[in-house]
Design a protein around this ligand. Structure first.
Ligand SMILES: Nc1ncnc2c1ncn2[C@@H]1O[C@H](COP(=O)(O)OP(=O)(O)OP(=O)(O)O)[C@@H](O)[C@H]1O
Ligand SMILES: [Mg+2]
Length: 272
């Protein structure tokens, strides 16, 4: 069975040009992702109740919040896996709500995404999983692809596991492979859902360093959902706490530390 998260890459039409932030889409004055008044309910349950957020190119926004507050839903709306009930989502200046699948797929090529469940293809090896977007969307030769896959795997500390299947590696290792795949096309927008969950502190630290390094090199906009406050502090320029359907607070780490909101104080204390 193919999960919706796995279907995304399969749906994307083949192309021979690596999409980059420079060569595609209308100009957006440095605003990579803009969310305005986002509402999303499932039946009677309101999950997002008018969320506003902006992420500029080159910036990393960490999204924090308790389990079930809609962090993963927010990322799925940006990647077009779910549709908002109302509100606007601009990706590099282009409105993506209401786009048909073909138009959405064009936008998706500019986005790298790591889902909470990693969403690797079970029947493909680690190497094939990472080579997948390269094969579909670049002109790379087989040996160039192999080199790029090796480079990506080395950057997440997984170079020794090329031939393994996802079922033969741990959850944390699957995350790292998912991260490598998300970075394969050097996306302008990177969406990461719990990239360090299930990893030991040392590996988590390495992944954080990697995200920082890639940010500097590629000038991506990144939205990182994480439970790990330390990780958020390390990688993010700004942090936002989602609470009861809204952004409770948004700012630098120090702004959150200074907040006298009861929930923010509890949240910072609990995780620090
Ligand atoms: N497809 C769906 N159908 C119905 N309800 C859904 C669906 N997707 C998400 N939800 C509900 O929306 C709420 C938010 O889910 P979401 O996965 O975004 O939480 P989260 O903040 O990512 O939590 P966690 O930190 O545990 O990953 C949950 O109550 C969830 O059950
Ligand atoms: Mg989640």
């Amino acid at each position: 069975m193919t999960l919706p998260e796995q279907q995304i890459l399969l749906d994307m039409p083949e192309s021979s040009v690596t999409p980059t932030i420079e060569n595609s889409g209308p100009k957006s004055d440095g605003q990579a992702v803009v969310l305005r008044g986002l509402h999303k309910s499932f039946g009677p349950q309101t999950v997002l109740n008018g969320v506003n957020l902006t992420v500029n190119s080159g910036d990393t926004l960490a999204i924090l919040g308790r389990s079930g507050t809609g962090k993963s839903v927010l990322l799925k709306l940006i990647i077009g896996l779910q549709q908002p009930d109302s509100g606007s989502i601009l990706v590099q200046g282009q409105e993506i709500t209401g786009l048909d699948l073909q138009a959405m797929n064009e936008i998706r090529k500019k986005m790298g995404f790591l889902f909470q469940n990693a969403a690797l293809y079970d029947s493909l090896t680690v190497e094939q999983n990472i080579a997948f977007p390269l094969k579909r969307h670049t002109k790379m030769t087989k040996s160039e692809r192999r080199d790029r896959v090796k480079e990506l795997l080395a950057s997440v500390g997984m170079e020794g596991d090329l031939k393994k299947k996802p079922s033969d590696i741990s959850g944390g290792m699957q995350k790292r492979v998912g991260l490598a795949r998300a970075l394969a096309l050097k996306p302008g927008v990177l969406l990461l859902d719990e990239p360090t969950a299930g990893l030991d502190p040392i590996t988590s630290g390495e992944i954080d360093e990697l995200i920082l390094k890639l940010q500097e090199e590629n000038h991506m906009a990144a939205i990182v959902v994480t439970h790990d406050l330390q990780s958020a502090k390390t990688i993010a320029d700004r942090l936002a706490i989602l609470h009861e359907g809204n952004v409770l607070i948004e700012g630098g780490f120090e702004d959150l530390e200074k907040s006298d909101n009861k929930f923010v104080m509890e949240f910072m204390k609990r995780d620090s």
